[in-house]
Design a protein around this ligand. Structure first.
Ligand SMILES: Cc1cc2nc3c(=O)[nH]c(=O)nc-3n(C[C@H](O)[C@H](O)[C@H](O)COP(=O)(O)OP(=O)(O)OC[C@H]3O[C@@H](n4cnc5c(N)ncnc54)[C@H](O)[C@@H]3O)c2cc1C
Length: 486
């Protein structure tokens, strides 16, 4: 529930110190922080409070992934000394009911009534800028001193001939399914495509996954992407890398897709097609021209490091922005906007340490710099790696796949970045991100006391490897000095 059917939009009075368009994570967080500081806030949402994250993204996908992990574990029961007498039956309708229940439960925390109780004026309807300091919602005109555009993004719909006619799913409707497709084609090997392909495979779909690049998760390190590829193949997914979907047609009850890579053409017949090829910023219909806010239909709204748009009164945050379009960043962005818009702050997005994670199994998490990026920028970096099969708890858990890699500034000992591939990499990366943002060095990570056994021992071991390498170079320096005296 996001609001009761009897909800009535308030009557706008004086200009709002902060008006926010879009109630996804970026807009909601900014509204709550501003209200907590006692500011009068208007929050306008044209659809569901919580935005993509709560309703069609992070939450429903994670709820589905949890159940799919359970089914995978049941299939692996023998490996753990268990058995499932009578075999495993997936009740897909019940799985999806659980997804809806979780979505509804989390939605209650941000219902319109609760937001109103915090002092936020919630308006339902599509916002349109009427000028540099005003917005309309239906017949109401709202004035503002500062505004935040946090309208998110929409799924990209690729112009594959025949796709629209055949019909397809995106993240907007895949969580409304009540029957598990027997055969599913997933187009797109980014985080959304990989997470959902694996989840549906584990829930019983025969999944074909097509990616037009040579690896999954284009921005991640190659060995991480390779481990993911291997894991997806083990889940029985038919993988086609470097492959284009050239056309789709309907044959009887089947959707038939032609897949082409350099030397082969193949045809796959499925019951459903799920497209996950990225998102496009939600800028249409906002009349940004009236507000003097520059934008690009493909790249979104350009912002500076303080998240200001070309109209200095108007800020933008989250998936609608050109830069820093990482999913996890919107909450930080919402906080920064409030500081900069209401309190003359000078907080910069570039100063945030922001980890992220793709929640496949194993999970792939990253923070800070990539090695290729370091090389490009001429930053000398040394990497310290611990494989998860060296970690006692990972062995005990039967979760030995993956690694922790710490990228350390050569000569400085500063943690510049890390990639973690592990069953719970999304949790493990937090310790490294915290160390980075608090300016802790590797000695601190290596010395930290941890309960034994935990998988985060891998981080301590990687930091310990750096400490060991320092001692080794100190010893060899001392012995060279000593010998040169003789
Ligand atoms: C399947 C999937 C899984 C994901 N999993 C994760 C994850 O695990 N972790 C993670 O960090 N991220 C994840 N993401 C990404 C995450 O959901 C988005 O990055 C995040 O929701 C962006 O937040 P936002 O506030 O910028 O926009 P949104 O959440 O898209 O919210 C924007 C809101 O603005 C409203 N709006 C648009 N135009 C108007 C208008 N004119 N007037 C009024 N309201 C308007 C929309 O209705 C919407 O509610 C996932 C995404 C998908 C699709």
């Amino acid at each position: 529930m996001t609001t009761s059917p009897s909800w009535r939009n308030p009557d706008p009075r004086r200009p709002y110190p902060l008006l926010i368009v879009g109630a996804g994570p970026a807009g909601l967080l900014a509204a709550k922080v501003a209200a907590r500081h006692g500011a009068r806030v208007a929050l306008i949402e044209r659809n569901l409070l919580g935005g993509t994250c709560l309703n069609k993204g992070c939450i429903p996908s994670k709820a589905l992934i949890r159940t799919s992990r359970l089914y995978r574990e049941m299939r692996d029961a023998e490996h753990f000394g268990g058995s499932v007498p009578g075999g495993i039956a997936v009740d897909f309708a019940a799985v999806m009911q659980r997804v809806q229940r979780i979505r509804a439960r989390l939605g209650e925390a941000d219902s319109a009534e609760r937001l109103a109780a915090m002092g936020i004026d919630v308006y339902f309807g599509a916002a349109r800028f009427a000028g540099p300091d005003s917005v309309t919602v239906g017949a109401k005109v709202l004035h503002f001193k500062r505004a935040l555009v946090a309208t998110g993004a929409l799924p990209v719909r690729p112009p594959i001939p025949g796709l629209a006619e055949a019909g397809y799913l995106t993240y907007e409707n895949v969580f409304d399914l009540t029957e598990c497709p027997k055969r599913l084609l997933v187009i797109g090997g980014g985080p959304v495509g990989c997470e959902l392909a694996q989840a549906f495979a584990r829930l019983g779909s025969r999944v074909t996954l097509v990616q037009d690049e040579p690896m999954f998760l284009g921005h991640e390190e190659r060995d991480a992407a390779q481990l993911l590829s291997d894991a997806l193949a083990r889940d029985g997914i038919e993988i086609h890398l470097d492959t284009q979907t050239s056309q789709v047609r309907v044959e009887g009850n089947d959707k038939v897709a032609d897949l082409i890579n350099e030397d082969t053409k193949r045809t796959v017949a499925v019951d459903q097609i799920l497209v996950g090829v990225g998102t496009a910023p939600n800028v249409d219909g906002l009349e940004l021209e009236a507000a003097g806010v520059e934008y690009d239909r493909v790249l979104g709204i350009p912002v500076d490091d303080f998240l200001r748009t070309s109209n200095p009164r108007i800020f933008a945050a989250g998936d609608v922005c050109t830069e820093n379009k990482f999913p996890h960043i919107e909450s930080a962005a919402g906080r920064i906007v409030v500081a900069n818009a209401l309190f003359f702050g000078r907080q910069r997005l570039s100063e945030e340490t922001v980890p992220w994670c793709t929640f496949t199994d194993p999970e792939i998490a990253h923070v800070g710099i990539y090695v290729t990026e370091a090389r490009r920028k001429g930053v000398p970096v040394k990497t310290f790696t611990v494989l998860m099969h060296e970690v006692d708890r990972a062995i005990a858990d039967g979760e030995e796949e993956g690694f922790v890699k710490l990228h350390v500034g050569e000569g400085t000992g500063k943690i510049l970045g890390a990639t973690v591939v592990a069953s719970h990499a999304g949790d493990l990366i937090n310790e490294i991100a915290l160390a980075m943002s608090a300016g802790l060095d590797l000695h601190a990570l290596a010395r930290a006391n941890q309960p034994y056994p935990t998988q985060s021992q891998a981080i301590k071991m990687a930091a310990g490897a750096w400490v060991g390498s320092r001692r080794k170079s100190l010893r060899s320096w001392l012995s060279t000095k000593w010998l040169s005296r003789k």
